[in-house]
Design a binder for this molecule. Sequence first.
Ligand code: NAD
Ligand code: WQD
Length: 337
Amino acid sequence: MSYVLLTGGAGYIGSHTALALLNANEQVISFDNYHNSSSESLKRVQQLSGRSLIDIQGDVLDSQALAQVFEQYPIKAVIHFAALKAVGESTAKPLWYYENNVTGTINLCKVMSQYGVKKLVFSSSATVYGAAEQMPIHESAPRSATNPYGQSKLMIEHILADLHSSDPDWKIAVLRYFNPVGADASGMIGENPNGIPNNLMPFITQVAVGKRDKLQVFGSDYPTADGTGVRDFIHVSDLARGHLAALGYLQQVQGIDYINLGTGQGYSVLDVIHSFSKVNQLDIPYVLTDRRPGDIAQCYADPSKAAQVLKWTTEKTLEDMVRDSWNWQKNNPNGYN
Ligand code: NAD
Ligand code: WQD
């Protein structure tokens, strides 16, 4: 029996991926310091799947704690989710972000090397494309970053490329996620942001549940069809399946590969609000305000490489995303708390 180790496995994307892995009969270990999560998500994952996983509280900055996991369990591959991810906070606390995300990844790769485990799936982000000039965005587009969070992802991409060059035994899938939203259709697990949400969908669901008065739509003068920002929203359950496909792909990948996980379809902020209102029969009060500094007009993926190499495409629609986001929020008005 061998295990798939998920760092950050209790988080939003990690918990949905843990569920997909358990449902596919994989053995799962989560290693998470619960900085932005709690073990409640994993309790629910086990309830939903009817299978158990190994839930370890630990920090990827703690090499000894990581080594202990590799010492104790046979691990066949690692999916590395653990990271800090709030763009604004990264600008205020850059050293913390670089240490947690970059040093954390270096620690992890050192321990993996030490134990001869050289199969890695890494959570990168469309943020590494900066303000891309061409849509849809292909994996070969130029990379840049505009904030410390994005820089940390870009640095890790470079580090992983160098690691593979130094030792071709490494097999690495770098997955660049676009905008993950939604929740498992059960409504039992979902996104659980601390404080005021930065991202669009959790803000909308908190307005819907009465925690916030209204949504601010940041910018209505972008060069897009309705003037609001356009993004490639991807259902988190589709994203979770993408990780399963990436694990399979690690068996055959030649070295390191970079793959977009998106739908290929851009929707505007107003499209999302209107879809949310229509599907859930709820009014979302909103005001049009100034652009949010650092935002880009549009960002959507060319998902053809994922279809080709992972044999994976998205299945869920925008309607599924808004319905499942609301189902999670209304069943859990205070998240996991
Ligand atoms: P999340 O915050 O819900 O999950 C990350 C998990 O990592 C949390 O449970 C947190 O407690 C844990 N963690 C953080 N630092 C740790 C450390 N030092 N040691 C151990 N655990 C640690 O975020 P998410 O949305 O699930 O994101 C998962 C990954 O996907 C991250 O790497 C993120 O940068 C990346 N990503 C997320 C998005 C998004 O919009 N959600 C988009 C693109 C990429
Ligand atoms: C989407 C659209 C906003 C909130 C961020 C990170 C990115 C990646 C995904 C990790 C934009 C608008 C939002 C609100 C609004 N994360 N909006 N009112 O900015 O595309 O991407 O999350 O890798 O790195 O930057 O996502 O959900 O914040 O915004 O009008 O209250 O919604 O202006 O057009 P973003 P988002």
